[in-house]
Design a protein. Structure first.
Length: 382
């Protein structure tokens, strides 16, 4: 996987990026729908944006600034102190390209290695360390994480003990499905690694489970267009046949007008949201609840569109979910934090509150900004 692709994944295809032990709270944001769309001022370049405003509470938010392209990427972890909104870089938070082309590694010792898949690196509060994988790859208690390195037709899965920096590995053949071009870890619950087979110019196909103790691989429900895996379910995109004019673009990019949930044991499928004539992309799961981007034609962008937080599966046209954002800035990496919902972007950090308000709480400086630079929340604000 190229280093530029890692950054693109951070902004576009982060599909399963609720954080590990540091950001899998039991509390959920309020389900009260937002009644209005925030009107945003125009920022340089014509993209609308919010001004930075101060919050009314005190806490420290782990955050990661990701930058790079080609075969090099860096993740710089630090803490944003609120209400001041000041980022202090942590000298132990630097994670950069490692000795392997696919892996990144920590500057802090003992050295931890990994491959972030589906989002940025994060701060593991359980062991007080920045780890070189995305949050969904971490066990719920934060004690271990999983990643995979492709070796032609085989893949090596790594189960890493964070405190000891030791690992166990399993070599497995890559399942032969579709136009396979890689393997991605979508979820790790401490006992099993849930992975998919990535596709050329398409979303992953199928879900498999690798037993973290024995290395045995089991095929689960066959799922198309996988965007996330969590808690025994896969989330994916689908085209509802009732749409007289489903989203389409001249390119080979796949577009979907609905987001569905698939039970990995039974294969039962439930449609959660349907938007005729519009495209839907799952940005992430906030305490198990889908956060989706809705794009409009002619380009149907995967990010930068309308954002909604879904409370439950749709039961009719009146079920529109909770409106978070009317669109403009490419918000990504949604992270639930009690009754708060944080977002990252290539502009800064944004906060959605239970009262339905969205505010920008931190802006990337001119020296930080770049075409392949973004910042993401990386843990709970405590």
């Amino acid at each position: 996987m190229s280093r530029l692709l890692v950054i693109v994944v951070l902004l576009i295809a982060a599909c399963g990026n609720s954080t590990g032990h540091a950001s899998r709270p039991s509390a959920s944001p309020s389900a009260t729908p937002s009644a209005t769309v925030t009107v945003l001022p125009t920022a340089p370049g014509g993209t609308t944006d919010l001004p930075v405003t101060q919050v009314g509470f005190t806490c420290s938010l782990p955050a990661v600034v990701a930058a790079g392209g080609g075969d090099f990427v860096s993740y710089n972890g630090g803490f944003i102190s609120f209400p001041a909104g000041i980022l202090a870089q942590d000298p132990n938070g630097l994670i950069t390209t490692g000795s392997s082309q696919q892996e990144v590694e920590t500057r802090a010792t003992p050295v931890l290695r990994g491959v972030p898949q589906g989002g940025s690196t994060f701060y593991d509060a359980a062991v007080h360390r920045w780890v070189p994988v995305s949050p969904a790859q971490s066990s719920p208690d934060g004690s271990s994480y999983a990643y995979v390195v492709q070796n032609g037709s085989s893949a090596t899965f790594h189960i890493v003990d964070v405190a000891r920096a030791t690992e166990r590995t399993f070599n497995e053949a890559v399942p032969n499905v579709g136009a396979a071009n890689g393997v991605q870890v979508m979820d790790y619950d401490g006992s099993g690694v849930y992975f998919v087979v990535t596709q050329f110019e398409g979303y992953p196909v199928g879900v498999w489970r690798l037993d973290a103790l024995t290395g045995k691989v089991t095929a689960l429900a066959r799922v198309a267009n996988v965007m996330a895996v969590r808690g025994g379910y896969a989330w994916g995109g689908a085209v509802d046949p009732h749409d007289p004019s489903p989203p389409k673009v001249p390119a080979s990019r796949s577009l979907f007008n609905s987001v569905v949930q698939v039970n990995l044991s039974s294969g039962a499928q439930t449609e959660w949201f349907y938007s005729p004539g519009r495209s839907e992309t799952l940005l992430g799961l906030a305490s198990g609840r889908p956060v989706i981007n809705i794009g409009d034609g002619p380009d149907f962008p995967a990010v930068g569109g309308e954002i909604r937080l879904l409370d439950h599966a749709s039961s009719g046209a009146e079920d529109t979910g909770q409106l978070v954002y009317g669109g403009g800035v490419a918000l990504s990496d949604p992270q639930a934090d009690g009754d708060r919902l944080w977002f990252g972007s290539d502009r800064g950090i944004y906060l959605y509150r239970a009262d339905g308000s969205l505010q920008k709480v931190y802006a990337l400086s001119a020296s930080q900004s770049g075409s392949a630079t973004a910042i993401a929340p990386a843990g709970l604000c405590r």
